[in-house]
Design a protein around this ligand. Structure first.
Ligand code: CA
Length: 523
């Protein structure tokens, strides 16, 4: 109510002001917000973080004109749960969405509902993936489930509509249309959510020619998982990727080869799904361009008859090239949105955030996918810009979480976060003034086992600036400790190290304290 009164007051001031309308609008209007989230985008695949794989000038632009977070983490590294944390500002055990099988309870309090109450125009365009209809949005236009890379079907405020074209571009076209249609006198918050670069990495045909050179293979690609049982028993190794769905080969090209387990449940037929639902949904024109690129790769593969180590490394190159091409389209389309803000005088008054629902493995430990509390999937890229408020060219190393998004967005909108939100506003951190009592440790919890994909054991743990302690449970009972300073790629489990036993006890206590503070019933 206070906020509505505030907005009314601003309106009266704006109407009676002697300043030109343009000046008063900029000076008084609450900030707009564009929250960009992609899917499964590893930090390493953004040049602002790491220049070894790809150039992403548009995401880099947000970072350069604002802040880049180096220690930004998710509380549960998997798609739908991360999205529920974003909306509710609560951990999975409280928002009810522990894994991709659960449905989101849209009746609970979310930050878009509070923005709506305060007079914001709220919208979400692109990936949603929460099974129930969006609540708290004036406009929603979402992909069905995981969504498709080409010619996506989308639900526009309840109506299913089939689009033609490449999904990253289709989503951006719809987002720009919505920005154009909004009431320019009211602030807005748009969640602009890409499907890419989620598996199965189908690039836009105009990017097929990128990344022709082979990419560097991570040092620990041939990890033997010594002393790490959960890592050994996963099913997310690149060597087992699907020949069709992941490698984009046609059946005649991989005759005599295993199709690959691909991490899926046994009843899931990826071979059929790929041919009918993914490749199968391309238009004749799209298929022609597709085949012109992938058929020669398939013919070459058939001729070479690779096996063992050579086959695994070939699969890595195939995976990485399509992954990076899919990222490239996300970056290019973000550039279109940044241009729109520039051209319409909105850049100065709009908070722009870029992040991903979590990180991803790009060959580290021999893997793709996410889920584990290890660095590559625990980390999410996070950059943000608001000229004049967030100083430019900042790099920040504080521990920040996806749990913090809801209170942060509310803070920039001038709304107090409800006490049930568990995160902290990042506004002062973004402004370059981290509070002295900022968190020194974060708690993590992953649940999707034994059902679901990839056979990653349930686990929880704590990460501080230097150490990480993880407990894998359910059908195993193993602990792992890493010294991230000495062992950044987490290859050396120190759980039995005599020098670290006191530290392990301290970290176990820290886990208990964090669970208590986060309202776990069992501590
Ligand atoms: Ca994801």
């Amino acid at each position: 109510m206070k906020n509505i009164l505030y907005l009314c007051l601003l309106f009266i001031i704006a109407c009676t002001s002697t300043e030109s309308p343009k000046e008063s609008k900029t000076a008084n209007k609450p900030y707009n917000i564009i929250f960009i989230m992609s899917d499964d985008h590893a930090e390493k695949a953004i040049s602002a973080y790491d220049k070894s794989l790809i150039n992403t000038p548009n995401i880099d632009r947000i970072a350069n004109e604002g802040i880049l977070f180096k220690n930004s983490f998710v509380t549960n590294s998997i798609c739908a749960p991360a999205r529920a944390v974003l909306l509710t500002g609560k951990y999975s055990h409280l928002n009810g969405l522990r894994d991709n099988r659960d449905r989101f309870d849209g009746s609970q309090l979310t930050f878009p509902k509070l923005l709506q109450e305060a007079g914001y125009q709220t919208s979400i365009v692109g990936k949603w993936h929460l099974k129930t209809e969006p609540t708290g949005f004036d406009y929603w236009n979402i992909l069905i489930g995981q969504g498709e890379y080409y010619n996506p079907r989308m639900i526009d405020n309840g109506d299913t509509i089939s689009h033609t074209g490449y999904t990253s571009t289709v989503i951006t076209d719809l987002a720009l249309d919505q920005l154009k249609q909004q009431d320019p006198d009211k602030p807005f918050c748009m969640l602009y959510h890409h499907k890419a670069p989620h598996r199965n990495w189908m690039p836009d045909s105009k990017h097929f020619d990128l990344f022709t050179e082979d990419l560097p293979i991570p040092e620990n690609f041939w990890d033997n998982y010594e002393n790490r049982q959960a890592a050994e028993e996963q099913d997310q190794s690149i060597v087992n990727m699907y020949m069709g769905g992941d490698m984009k080969l046609q059946p005649e090209h991989y005759e005599g080869y295993d199709y690959g387990t691909g991490g899926g449940p046994p009843q899931f037929d990826m071979e059929k799904s790929w041919l009918n639902n993914s490749y199968g949904r391309l238009t004749d024109e799209q298929k022609e361009l597709w085949d012109a690129h992938y058929d020669p790769i398939g013919e070459d593969f058939k001729k070479r008859q690779l096996q063992g180590k050579e086959l695994a490394e070939w699969k890595y190159q195939r995976y990485m090239k399509d992954y990076l091409r899919s990222v490239y389209s996300v970056d290019e389309n973000i550039g279109r949105v940044l241009d729109y803000l520039d051209e319409n005088g909105l850049a100065e008054n709009t908070l722009v955030v870029y992040t991903s629902d979590q990180g991803f493995y790009l060959g580290e430990h021999g893997w793709y996918d996410k889920r584990f509390m290890y660095e590559e999937s625990l980390s999410m890229p996070l950059v943000a810009r608001l000229p004049g408020v967030i100083p430019s060219n900042q790099t920040n190393e504080d521990i920040v979480l996806n749990l913090d998004f809801a209170p942060t967005i509310l803070d920039f909108a001038g709304i107090d976060a409800p006490s049930e939100f568990q995160g902290e506003s990042l506004r002062s951190v973004m402004e370059g003034n981290t509070p002295n009592n900022w968190r020194k440790a974060m708690y993590y919890h992953y649940y999707e086992y034994p059902h679901g994909w990839h056979k990653i054991k349930q686990h929880y743990g704590v990460r501080t600036d230097r150490f990480k302690l993880i407990h894998f449970y359910n059908d195993i009972d193993t602990w792992e400790l890493y010294d991230l300073q000495e062992d950044p790629t987490e290859m050396n489990n120190l759980i039995n190290s005599s020098d670290h036993q006191d530290l392990i006890e301290e970290l176990k206590l820290e886990i208990q304290n964090l669970r208590k503070s986060l309202d776990y019933k069992e501590v």
